[in-house]
Ligand binder design. Structure first.
Ligand code: NAI
Ligand code: MG
Length: 367
């Protein structure tokens, strides 16, 4: 067995970012030791930290470091210190949008999984969420959010007084290659999971959706006939996600449907501090927790590092094809929770005080 070495560009960012990043690195080091792989982590600046140091949320050196790495691990950016009403002032979130765009990260993967020890955090009945383990695959760089748009006054927008009124439009546009590549990502993800894809569209109404459906089926029949494929209309999908969430494996959809459905699906678990995400393109991928920088608890050593640690799990699975190591992280997190250990955000009235851990102690427990 050749000993491999991977270069990881770490972007701790702001507020609790550096605190949870430290725990992600701890887990990486433990995985490296156990599986005979070397991870070389190098920190770079993004967000408010980068604005303070060099006046821009994504310095060129950071982008270069990201491009030269095998994967990017991000914590979170933002905080009240950099809130501004000046439209010309740099904002931490610009760093995130820019790095996604520059790296061509057109696929957003959000796993939704229930740790049975935490099933009480959901608002859904335990028997409904039992066994929920799905992956939302959202197209991230096309569709309505990037289409032509305009807002103007004209006669057609006139009200009862006959005066010209406002009119606005956004356009939902997709190109064949954009649908092909997201479909492939979804089928690839399904092969690493339970082998099922639900493709969500609005093909009874929208032309883009009819094209979406045709292309998804063509890619399926040509290259992924081993994967089970079903079509679900988006309005029905919104109901079924709540009704029978455990039936879904991979859910693939366009940008706006994915934005809405991924937030709906995230709420099934009830615990934001546990959700990881991956953004993939054709080159280097980026992994980050779904939550933000939690300025309200920054510097206290109480942030939950598990979403960061589960982002490391995704990195091993999707960038390095280290499924066994990824499974080991998942198993460790499950075991820690089954032992009753909690950070403050996931503790409840029944959690004994000695089981409430700080950020570093939780990282140690997982290691
Ligand atoms: P948030 O996710 O940072 O916090 C929401 C609530 O959840 C807070 O009460 C926070 O303490 C708690 N929380 C979040 N993560 C936690 C963790 N790991 N452990 C324990 N508790 C946790 O969202 P909010 O407050 O809306 O935004 C705060 C800042 O984060 C803003 O500047 C926002 O722009 C930024 N943000 C950054 C994101 C990113 O870097 N990808 C995503 C979302 C928000
Ligand atoms: Mg959203």
């Amino acid at each position: 067995n050749v000993k491999k070495s991977y270069k990881i560009c770490c972007l701790p960012g702001d507020c609790i970012g550096p605190e949870i990043m430290a725990e992600g690195k701890k887990v990486l080091a433990a995985v490296g030791q156990r599986f005979g792989v070397e991870f070389v982590c190098e920190d770079a600046l993004i967000g408010g930290a980068a604005i303070d140091a060099c006046g821009t949320a994504l310095p060129d050196e950071t982008l270069d470091a990201a491009r030269a790495s095998d994967a990017v691990l991000l914590a979170a950016v933002g905080g009240p210190k950099w809130d501004t009403t000046d439209p010309a002032a740099p904002r931490p979130e610009q760093g995130l949008l820019k790095i996604r765009k520059e790296l061509g990260l057109y696929t957003n993967l959000r796993p939704v999984q229930i740790f049975s020890a935490l099933s009480g955090a959901s608002t859904l009945k335990p028997e409904v969420i039992d066994g929920v383990d799905m992956m939302i695959v959202r197209e991230l760089t096309g569709g309505l959010y990037f289409g032509r748009r305009e807002r103007f006054y004209d006669e057609e927008g006139a009200g009862a007084d006959g005066k010209p009124g406002q009119r606005a439009y956004d356009t939902l546009e997709y190109r064949e290659y954009e649908i092909e590549r997201i479909a492939r990502q979804a089928f690839e993800a399904a092969r690493k999971r339970r082998g099922k894809v639900a493709s969500v569209d609005k093909a009874n109404v929208l032309e883009t959706s009819r094209m979406w459906r045709e292309i998804v089926h063509r890619i399926h029949d040509e290259d992924y006939a081993d994967v089970e494929l079903e079509d679900v209309l988006v309005d029905n999908a919104a109901m079924q996600l709540i009704n029978r969430p455990a039936d879904f494996d991979v859910v693939v959809t366009e940008n706006m449907f994915g934005d809405i459905l991924s937030d709906e699906a995230a709420q099934i678990t009830g615990s934001l501090g546990m959700l990881a995400s991956a953004s993939l393109g054709d080159g280097v991928a980026l992994y980050e927790p779904s939550h933000g920088s939690a300025p309200d608890i920054a510097g206290k050593g109480i942030a939950n590092p598990l979403a960061q640690i589960l982002s490391v799990e995704m990195m091993l699975r999707y960038s390095f094809d280290m499924g066994e190591a990824a499974d080991a992280i998942r198993a460790a997190v499950t075991a820690v929770l089954d032992d009753g250990l909690r950070t403050r955000d996931i503790a409840d009235a029944g959690t004994p005080e000695e089981n409430v851990l700080g950020t570093a102690a939780m990282g140690d427990a997982v290691v």
